[in-house]
Structures are given as structure tokens and as C-alpha cells.
Write a protein that binds this ligand. Structure first.
Ligand code: ADP
Length: 483
């Protein structure tokens, strides 16, 4: 598979108010599999971010007043175009991000599922009536779009993280400005092409691509015309951006880092647990915020589980995402690779043992071999930080209470997973885990019908599901008197 450079979906600059921005100042988007240059893209900055907000602000009055059914129709048109161009979008995504093409196709489907879901939810922005304390009054509740939404999205899911926010915002009647990660702007720009083709009016969906994240971020979080800010990325950057938003009391959604525990109890179906762990740990080469980070295995099943896991991980094929049979692509950058190497070497110094891998892979400069470490302990850096690489770090525990204590011993609270067939234990452990999402006998939990989001330092707000419009609407109370 090759990137088709003449595809109408490949664009070279920001999409603002229905126009394509060009500039002499450009930056290269590169293929992480081999470092080759894919495209030069115009480097937008604070000025273009401000222009995009102006466009979104102008478009808001007409977009928010469109009948919900019309907004729904336009979102559905956008969805149908995404489906039509699924393969082209997936090739662009793999070329700039690195994940295997089959995973990229899955991500496009997943991103599209939010468009489909919110095209339906757009029609269900129901209000409420509440019995009033006196006979001459009526209490009426309406939900209204908050206004202009600004967003910053990461490189690990360049399509889905964007569509999860944009679909909900537009469905609610908000207009939207996004700054995608500079490593993966092409996927976002391709969705702008399809938004235009779908008939989304100019100014409603804007994409600002640039390398000066700090400057663009400052505009998006401090401009008075932005009512709400939505971020997916690291906890460190999220804290800064949330603080910037606080000065203007903006509504904020934060989808931040995770440090997911993956617990295998002695009554688990071990085959299923291995399959779940492969999905949760090795998808996207371990670069997702819901990736299993700390694998906790009950001592009595540890030898059997580890043997099965080593056999399964040994079969994973490493290579360019664009070649058909790859399971694991490159990491996003050499810095990312070096961070993984550092975590592994410090774990080894502290007493962890190599079961598999623990080295770079010959497929290319940014490839890391699928790795399994045993004898990992809770105090190691590898247990306390997000690994964001294809490294399974195995710890053991003795009983349920210890598993829960270890699992909750983190500042993060995004996803957790556990495997058990004991119904009592299933309910006890599910209740005790301090995480926003819990996979029980399941390693792949994300879908448009379910609320995605975390607690503690993993952030606040929920994306997707019937709750997903709440973050983009204000409740307005009308008091009708004199009746
Ligand atoms: P990751 O570790 O996944 O790259 P980051 O939080 O660094 O996570 O990046 C997520 C998004 O935040 C990207 O779009 C990136 O460009 C953006 N970003 C990074 N630093 C800043 C900043 N200081 N201000 C605004 N946006 C930023």
C-alpha cells in the first residue's frame, strides 16, 4: 500500500472558514516507519487560530439555530463520506501515524461511529418540565449549545479523538476549532475535505495545523469567544491548559493519561485473559491512554498465564503499518522510543527480568520489539509512568485485597481491566476500582454508545454515549409566571 499523493483528501494547510490556508512557512509531516517526508504543510500560528475562532463565532448563530434534524442530516452525510473513503483515510492515517493498516481502518470506523451516533443524538436534545412550588408558575428546562468549542487532539488516534469531540459539539449546535497534533495533521485535514463535501457550512468546522502548540493553545484557551475547551493528551499539558481556561471560567473536558491495571485472578479464563491483554497492551504498539500498563497476576496462575502470553506475543509481527501482515508498527518518534528504552533499562536495573524482547527492533529506527518483563514491582518507574510502548510489565499478587490496593495505587483513573469468573468477585472488584472505565473479561472497551472518560488525574467529562452531549450544552431554566 502507498500514499496516493494526488488524493483529493491530502491537503497542505489549515481549513479556516471554508478556505485552505497557505504560507511560505511550512513543516514536514513524516512517516514514522522510515522517517521519509510525506508532505509539507503550512505552519499556522496564533493569528490563524484567532481567525478560526472568529469564523466559528460568526457561524454559531446560524448553525445553532438550524433544526436539529438538519444538523443530524449533515452529520450523517459526513459519516457516509467517511465510510466511502475509509481505505483512503486509513492509508493517510497509517502513513503519518504508523499503526497497521487494519487498525487504521478500525480507527476510521470507530471515528465514524461517533458521527453516526451523534447524528442520532442531535435529535434528542430533550428538555424537561418540573412541577413548580406554586400554582401560578411553570418550570421549563431547555438545553442550549454552549457556543464555540476549541479542541486540541493527540497523535495516537488522529481520526477518532477528533471525531469524538467534533461530532458531539456539532450535534449540540456548537461550532468547532481544532488543533490536531503536529505529527498527524493530515488525517484531520482529510476530515475537513469531507466536512465541506458533506455540506457542513463554512466556519462550523475549522482545523488549525501548526508546530507552535503553545501559542495556538494559548489562543484557544484564553479567547473570550471560546465557550468550551476540550483536550485529549498528557496530564502535564492538560493541567496547564485547564489552568489557562480557568481564568475565563470556560467549560472544560479533559481526557488525560492513564496507568491501567490489568488484573488476572486465579479463577480467570486464562486464554481469554491473554487475548484481552494482547488487545489492550499491544494495539497501536502500546500507544493508547487505555493500554494495560501494570499487569497484575495472581501467584497461583502466574506460570501458566506467562507461558501462554509469551507464546502469543512471540507471534506478533513487527513492521511498517502499510505492509499487510504487520501487527506492531513503529513508535511515533525517536523520543518516544528512547522513553520506552529508559523505562525498560531502569526496571531491569531495579530487578525486573526479561522474558521477551527488551530491545529495539530491526524493522527500523523507531521500532521496539514486543517485550515482556517479569518480577516487576510497584515502586519501579515502569509501574508508575505511562509506558506508551509495546512492553508488558508483569507483577504478582497474593489475594483480592492486595490486587485492589495495587491497582488503585496511582494518581491516574482512566481504564482498568480484570479477569474473573466469580460473580461475587466481579461486583466487589468493579466497585472498588477507582477508574472511569472497567473492562471485565474484556480488553477492548471503547465504543460510541459508552461514556469514555476518567477520574483523578485522568481528567473529567465524558465523551460518546447519551451523556456525551452534556459537555456541549448548558441547561437553561425558564420560569413562566403570572399564570
Ligand atoms: P503526547 O504525549 O500524547 O504527545 P501531549 O499532551 O504532549 O501528549 O500532546 C497532545 C496535544 O497537545 C498535541 O496536539 C500537542 O501538540 C498539544 N500540546 C502539547 N503541548 C502543548 C502546550 N503547551 N499548549 C497547547 N497544546 C500543547
Amino acid at each position: 500500500m502507498q500514499l496516493n499523493l494526488s488524493s483529493h483528501l491530502l491537503r497542505a494547510g489549515s481549513y479556516i472558514n471554508g478556505d485552505w490556508h497557505s504560507s511560505d512557512k511550512t513543516f514536514a509531516v513524516r512517516n514514522p516507519a522510515d522517517g521519509s517526508e510525506l508532505h509539507q504543510v503550512a505552519d499556522a500560528g496564533a493569528e490563524q487560530a484567532s481567525a478560526a475562532i472568529a469564523a466559528a463565532s460568526k457561524a454559531f448563530s446560524s448553525w445553532s439555530l438550524l433544526p436539529a434534524a438538519k444538523r443530524a442530516e449533515l452529520l450523517y452525510n459526513w459519516y457516509l463520506l467517511l465510510v466511502k473513503y475509509q481505505t483512503d483515510l486509513a492509508i493517510i492515517l497509517t502513513a503519518e501515524q504508523g499503526k497497521p493498516l487494519a487498525e487504521a481502518k478500525g480507527e476510521i470506523n470507530y471515528g465514524g461511529s461517533y458521527l453516526q451516533w451523534f447524528s442520532e443524538q442531535a435529535k434528542r436534545l430533550d428538555g424537561d418540565t418540573i412541577p413548580a412550588p406554586s400554582a401560578d408558575k411553570r418550570i421549563i428546562i431547555q438545553r442550549q449549545a454552549v457556543g464555540v468549542v476549541a479542541a486540541i487532539t493527540p497523535w495516537n488516534f488522529p481520526n477518532a479523538m477528533l471525531m469524538r469531540k467534533a461530532a458531539a459539539a456539532l450535534a449540540a449546535g456548537c461550532t468547532f476549532v481544532v488543533k490536531p497534533a503536529q505529527q498527524t495533521p493530515l488525517s484531520a485535514l482529510a476530515m475537513a475535505v469531507l466536512a465541506e463535501q458533506a455540506g457542513i457550512p463554512k466556519g462550523v468546522f475549522n482545523v488549525v495545523v501548526g508546530t507552535n502548540a503553545k501559542a495556538i493553545g494559548e489562543v484557544l484557551t484564553t479567547d473570550r469567544r471560546v465557550a468550551k475547551f476540550s483536550f485529549t493528551g498528557s496530564t502535564a499539558v492538560g493541567k496547564t491548559l485547564a489552568a489557562q481556561c480557568a481564568a475565563d471560567v470556560k467549560r472544560v473536558t479533559m481526557e488525560l493519561g492513564g496507568n491501567a491495571p490489568f488484573i488476572v485472578f486465579d479463577d480467570a479464563d486464562l486464554e481469554a485473559a491473554v487475548t484481552g491483554l494482547l488487545a489492550s497492551k499491544f494495539r497501536n504498539a502500546g500507544q493508547t491512554c487505555v493500554c494495560a500498563n501494570r499487569i497484575l497476576i495472581q501467584k497461583s496462575v502466574y506460570p501458566a498465564f506467562t507461558k501462554k502470553l509469551i507464546a502469543a506475543v512471540n507471534k506478533l509481527k513487527v513492521g511498517s503499518g502499510l505492509s499487510q501482515d504487520s501487527d506492531i508498527g513503529p513508535l511515533i518518534s525517536t523520543e518516544a522510543l528512547e522513553k520506552v528504552e529508559k523505562l525498560v533499562s531502569s526496571a531491569l536495573k531495579q530487578g525486573a527480568k526479561v522474558e521477551l524482547g527488551a530491545q529495539r527492533h530491526a524493522a527500523g529506527k523507531q521500532f521496539y520489539a514486543p517485550t515482556i518483563l517479569s518480577q516487576v514491582t510497584a515502586d519501579m518507574d515502569i509501574s508508575q509512568q505511562e509506558i506508551f510502548g509495546p512492553v508488558a510489565a508483569l507483577q504478582t499478587f497474593t489475594d483480592e485485597a492486595e490486587a485492589i490496593k495495587l491497582a488503585n495505587d496511582t494518581e491516574y483513573g482512566l481504564a482498568a481491566y480484570f479477569y474473573s469468573r466469580d460473580i461475587g468477585r466481579v461486583f466487589r472488584v468493579a466497585q472498588a476500582l477507582q477508574f472511569g472505565m472497567v473492562g471485565i473479561n474484556e480488553g477492548a472497551i471503547s465504543n460510541a454508545a459508552a461514556p469514555f472518560g476518567g477520574v483523578k488525574h485522568s481528567g473529567y467529562g465524558r465523551e460518546g454515549s447519551k451523556y456525551g452531549l452534556d459537555d456541549y450544552t448548558d441547561i437553561k431554566y425558564l420560569c413562566l409566571g403570572g399564570l
